[in-house]
Design a binder for this molecule. Sequence first.
Ligand SMILES: Nc1ncnc2c1ncn2[C@@H]1O[C@H](COP(=O)(O)OP(=O)(O)OP(=O)(O)O)[C@@H](O)[C@H]1O
Ligand SMILES: [Mg+2]
Length: 268
Amino acid sequence: MIYIIIIIVLFPIFVQADQNNEMTVLSFFSAKGGTGKTTFNMLFASFLQYKLGKKVLVLDFDRPEYNFSYTRKREIAILDNEGKDYDTNNFYPVEEVEVLNESGIIKIADMMKDVSGEVDYIIMDFPGSFSESDAVCILAMKQTIDIIIIPVELDGMNIASSKALAQIFHECGQKTLLFFNRVHGKEKPELYEELREWFEENSIAISSNRIRNTLSMKREMGNTGYLRSTTCFPEKVIKEKNPGILNLFNEIVGYEEREMEQKSRLVD
Ligand SMILES: Nc1ncnc2c1ncn2[C@@H]1O[C@H](COP(=O)(O)OP(=O)(O)OP(=O)(O)O)[C@@H](O)[C@H]1O
Ligand SMILES: [Mg+2]
């Protein structure tokens, strides 16, 4: 069932994907709830497709809430209500994935390999839990995900659990990048720098781009000055309200492009 859905959705975008590049699979993920996983997966998917012109596919594993998919449906309803003109073919597909067992997850991993080169990016939104039977864990073990990007907050317990999570991922060969989210203006910048060094001493890559805690991060279509969207990338608002987001996203894209170049040089 899951195959059928994904094959149907992928078919029209096969033709348009950037054939020069390999596909990148990534997820903003952490083992805790409410850390910004969906917000960043959404912003990054919209950045890639609407700002950079990449072909994106989103797989929403976060059942039963399916926040990502729900936001898309809500946006479409708002566009309809407002009588706006739009073409759904211009929006990246957001697929609700209902995975109940390990073999189903492994089949999804195999299928993702099959579509490599047809889609530029697959972005996966997972629930905030981490056990052996969770899709994120199985997919990481199968080396299916190129990079997992972990939001970290300046909080002792959050820092400790992010470090532990990154170390577990490394043990199974999964690449990660951490970044500080919800940065208030009050903390000393040196503290962040010290923590960044501490992570790096422990071989954990962490971005120097920090994301501020701003109310605008909660705004969606229907609110004024919205920032989160699955149907556009509101660059102007993002630049005004939280420009660190653009720097982080450009860093991630650059990072992945360099990795691909290295891989293709090794193949040559
Ligand atoms: N930098 C930020 N500044 C302000 N609010 C933020 C920031 N990052 C995330 N948030 C807010 O935190 C809340 C939780 O975010 P989100 O739903 O993306 O987290 P999640 O990790 O996907 O949660 P869940 O585990 O429930 O799926 C949202 O209201 C979001 O707008
Ligand atoms: Mg979420």
